[in-house]
Design a protein around this ligand. Sequence first.
Ligand code: SAM
Length: 361
Amino acid sequence: MNLSLSDVKTFSEWMNSAGKKDLSEIIRYFYEKSTEDERSALSGSACRIRDMHYGGRVYFRGLIEFSSYCRNDCYYCGLQRSNLHAVRYRLSEAEILDCCEEGYALGFRTFVLQSGEDMHYTDLSLCRIISGIKERFTGCAVTLSIGERSRDSYKELFDTGADRYLLRHETANEDHYRKLHPPELSLNDRKRCLYNLKEIGYQVGAGFMVDSPYQTYETLAEDFLFLRELAPHMIGIGPFIPHKDTRFAGFYHPSSRHTLVLLSLIRIMLPKTLLPATTALGTVDDMGREKGLMAGANVVMPNLSPLKHRSEYSLYDNKLCKGWEAAEHLPELARYIESMGLTPDFSRGDHADLQKGGAPA
Ligand code: SAM
């Protein structure tokens, strides 16, 4: 298999028309049979198709993990409510704005506010936070990643100024979803939230963990089909990493290889998607973030949360919160990205179809 740019267009069209069986076969091929040369041709093609739409720009987002409380009990997550060992913290509205202030001075123009599903933050308090950010830091985008809420709540937050929303669907297969979540959570609800968010006007992010327990080629193919149907603006994927206080403790030793293949395939299938090289990828592989960018990703999200809380937002074991994960090391990260031939970009970094003046060349 030798993919040239014209082949990659054909491949992209093929990925957009392939059924479940063909998608599962192509994933199987790249996981099990492909040579190193074929995988590097795949990632090279993914980068070329990314650069056609984003001109080699890598967008920077400042991540603020503002609460480790969660009302849910997702079986894989270290923040699950029944984890009595988890350290719980909440940032006040003023502390969240302080993080943004620090981020703004560092150059960030997108803030990603993430938390467990913590109902302590009412619509009213979230609206105060969003309007506070919008008033003080003009021109910045606000991305929320705070879980499932009612349509009315999403609408109110959007009307107040929230621009984007990240809500991974986790898996598009019903049975698989049930193996990862307690009975009170449902794939239908999760999907409904995503469609509501899109209809309201958010730039929406979906996604899933790679190598999550019970994931198969067939469930992955269903993920691809769902992503094709939803056509989200952003897709977050990263390796599943076991957490010691969950039922999946020691489930297996995670690696970056499968995530890198899927990043490239997703880039080729949905060329304009904003695709982060995630913290989880950097956690399982020292060079994970760089390899993610070389596989077709175009977003990085350094951590802006207060230092004293960073290790407490513990979704999985050994989660990175130092070095290039930390916003304090921004200049080194930006320089490194430049040395890779890419362009660090601190602008809002909207989806190519929504950038004023059209997509960057
Ligand atoms: N509460 C929000 C939600 O439900 O979307 C956002 C926070 S949630 C902790 C963010 C993401 O972390 C989840 O969507 C999940 O994919 C990921 N995550 C949780 N546990 C993980 C693990 N053990 N390994 C890798 N990723 C994990």
